[in-house]
Design a protein around this ligand. Sequence first.
Ligand code: NAD
Length: 419
Amino acid sequence: MREKENELSVYESMAARYDVAARKLGLDEGLSNYLRTPNREIIVHIPVTMDDGTLRVFDGYRVQHSIARGPCKGGLRYSLDVSLDEIRGLAAEMTWKCAVVNIPFGGAKGGIICDPSKLSLGELERITRRYTAEILDYIGPDRDVPAPDMNTNEQTMAWIMDTYSMHMRQTVTGSVTGKPFSLGGSLGRREATGRGCMITADEALKRFGWQRESTRVIVQGFGNVGSQAARLMHESGYKIIGVADISGGVFNTSGIDIPRLLGYKEKHKTLKGFDGGESIGAQEILEQECDILLPAATESVITSKNAHKVKAKLLVEGANSPTTPPADDILFERGVFVIPDILANAGGVTVSYFEWVQDRQGYFWPEATVNDRLKHIMVDAFGGVVRFGEKHNVNNRIAAYMLAIDRVAFCIKLRGIYA
Ligand code: NAD
C-alpha cells in the first residue's frame, strides 16, 4: 500500500496518480516533470469594503495548469478550506478531465479563502468583481474560462462576466460558463454534472447486468452536483436510499422521496429535520450498505481510515478528489468498481464547453441537443477508459489518467517547446 503521508493533500493525491500513470506510459522524464507542474500560479490579495464600512483583505488564487490543448478551463470556489495546494491539484485534474472527454481545453482552478455563509450578497459581489479585476489579464474566452464550483453559482459567473466585459468595453459572454441562460448560459448546464454521473452509472449497470429499479444509491452532498444527480437518478428509476449534506443526512432503505427532499431543502436550506427517513451523519452515510455510492460534496472523504468500511460495489465520484490514493488501493483490493472523478463528473465541463461554443457562435441549442451530445461524449469516454484499463491491466482511475496524459503529451510533442 502507498504511503499515507500527506494523504489529504489534493495536489499530492493528483501527483501520486499522475506518477503511476506517467511511468506506465513510459513518458520521458523531462516531459513528465513539465506536465506534473502548473504553467502559472496567481496569488491575489483582494481589498474589500465590508457592509459595516471596515476594509478587509481576502486571499485568492488562480492556477493555470496547461494550455497545450486549448484555453484553460476550471471552476472557482469560495471556502475557508481553500489553499494553494488544493487549487494546484484541482487545476491539474481539470487538464486530465478535459482530455478524458476529449474537449479542447486545458485545466485551471480558482479559489478565494472566505466563508460565504457569513458574507452579504453585496460583499460577495465586491469580492468577486475585485478578484476578477486582479486576474483580468490572464482570463478571457481564449485564455482561461472560469465556471462555478463549491459555493459559487450562476450569479457569481454573471458578476465575473460583467466585470470582464466592462474592462473590454463590450459584452463577452464566452468569458465564463455556468452563467444564467439569459446572459448566454446553456440549457442543461445546471444539471450537466449530475446527469454525467448518471450516464456513467448507467454504463456501469449495463456491464454488470443490473437494473436501475433494484440499484440502491447513496449520495453525499446535496448542492449543484448531488441534488441534480439524486433528482435525475430518482426520476430514472434508481432507488435513492441515503442523502447527506454538511448538516447531516437522511437514510431510508425503502427509498427517499427526492422531490419532497428537494422542496424541504429549498425551504429550510438544510436537510436537517427532514422526516422521510432516519437521520444519519454526513460521514457515517458513506459506510452504509448500498450498490452505488456517489460522493458529491468535497475532497478526501474516503481515506485509508474508512475505505474498508465502504460497502458499495460501485463508486461514482461526483466530487473532485473525494478518494485519497491509499483509499484507492483499499477499494481496488476489495473489488469496488470506481468511476473516477475525471470521468464521472466531466459532464459539467463538457456542457461548459457547449456553452462556450454557443456563445462564440451566438446560436443556442435546444436542451435535447445539449443532453444528446453530452450523452454521446460521456458514453464514449466511459468506454474509452474502461477499454484502456482492460488493455493495460490497470484500474479505471489510472486508465483515465493514462489516456488523458497521453493525449496532452501528444499535443505538446506536436507543438514543441517554445523558447
Ligand atoms: P455546492 O457548493 O453546490 O454543494 C456542496 C454540497 O456538499 C452541499 O450540499 C454541502 O452541504 C455539502 N458538503 C460540503 N462539505 C461536506 C461534508 N464534509 N460532508 C457532507 N456534505 C458536505 O458544490 P457543487 O458545485 O455541487 O460541487 C460539489 C463537488 O463537485 C466539489 O468537489 C466540486 O469541485 C465538484 N464538481 C462540481 C461541478 C459543478 O458543475 N458544480 C463539476 C465537477 C465537479
